[in-house]
Every structure is written in structure tokens, then in C-alpha cells.
Design a protein around this ligand. Structure first.
Ligand SMILES: Nc1ncnc2c1ncn2[C@@H]1O[C@H](COP(=O)(O)OP(=O)(O)O)[C@@H](O)[C@H]1O
Ligand SMILES: [Mg+2]
Length: 92
């Protein structure tokens, strides 16, 4: 099955040693709305920032329509039609 967006075994360890995401995998089906729900600090924003090219995962893969992508900045994400509505105001 082809997915619009996939995270495969994403782990993110911030420089201060905090493990924000540990082996996170999710497959976003084409044409469906998904929600990621969790308590504060669960790692939701970190995962979204990885999908949007704002953070690099420590390990793991992101796929868009089945193809592995390398997201180095939001420009790369936007070029793949990935958008983000931020919780907090973000200047340009
Ligand atoms: N830039 C950062 N540097 C270090 N730790 C961070 C950073 N951003 C988030 N964290 C930590 O990573 C964990 C996950 O945070 P976050 O992704 O914001 O979770 P959520 O959005 O689910 O509340 C928390 O322990 C948080 O304190
Ligand atoms: Mg958050």
C-alpha cells in the first residue's frame, strides 16, 4: 500500500541527551486525516518538526509517497507539499 507520508523507526535525541522520539513509526494514508495525541512532552511537536525539515532525526527514515526523502529544511518539505501550522507564532 502506498502512503502519503511515513515515519519509519524515527528516533530523535536532542544535544542535551533528551530522547524526544524513540522508534516512532506512523503511516499516513492518502486522503485521510490522522491525529497524534499524547501528553505534554510526549514528542508530538518534535515529530512534526522532523516532518517539516526543522529537525533532523537521529535515526530512522521519512518517506513521501513511498520514496525516501532527505528533509534538510522547511524548503525541502514545502517542495514536497508538506505544510505545517505551528502552535506558537513563528517569524519568517
Ligand atoms: N529543542 C529541544 N532541545 C531539547 N529538548 C527538547 C527540545 N524540544 C523539545 N525537547 C524535549 O523533548 C521532549 C518532547 O517534547 P515535544 O516534542 O515538544 O513534545 P510534545 O509536543 O508532545 O509536548 C520533551 O521532554 C521536551 O522537553
Ligand atoms: Mg507540542
Amino acid at each position: 500500500m502506498m502512503y502519503a507520508l511515513e515515519a519509519i523507526n524515527i528516533t530523535k535525541v536532542y544535544p542535551n541527551g533528551i530522547v524526544a522520539n524513540k522508534n516512532v513509526s506512523i503511516s499516513v494514508e492518502i486522503g485521510k486525516i490522522h491525529a497524534i495525541v499524547g501528553e505534554n512532552g510526549a514528542g508530538k511537536t518534535t515529530l512534526m518538526r522532523i516532518f517539516f525539515g526543522m529537525e533532523k532525526p537521529t535515526s530512522g527514515e521519512i518517506k513521501v509517497f513511498g520514496k525516501k526523502v532527505n528533509l534538510n529544511s522547511p524548503k525541502d518539505a514545502i517542495a514536497l507539499n508538506i505544510g505545517m501550522v505551528h502552535q506558537h507564532f513563528m517569524l519568517v
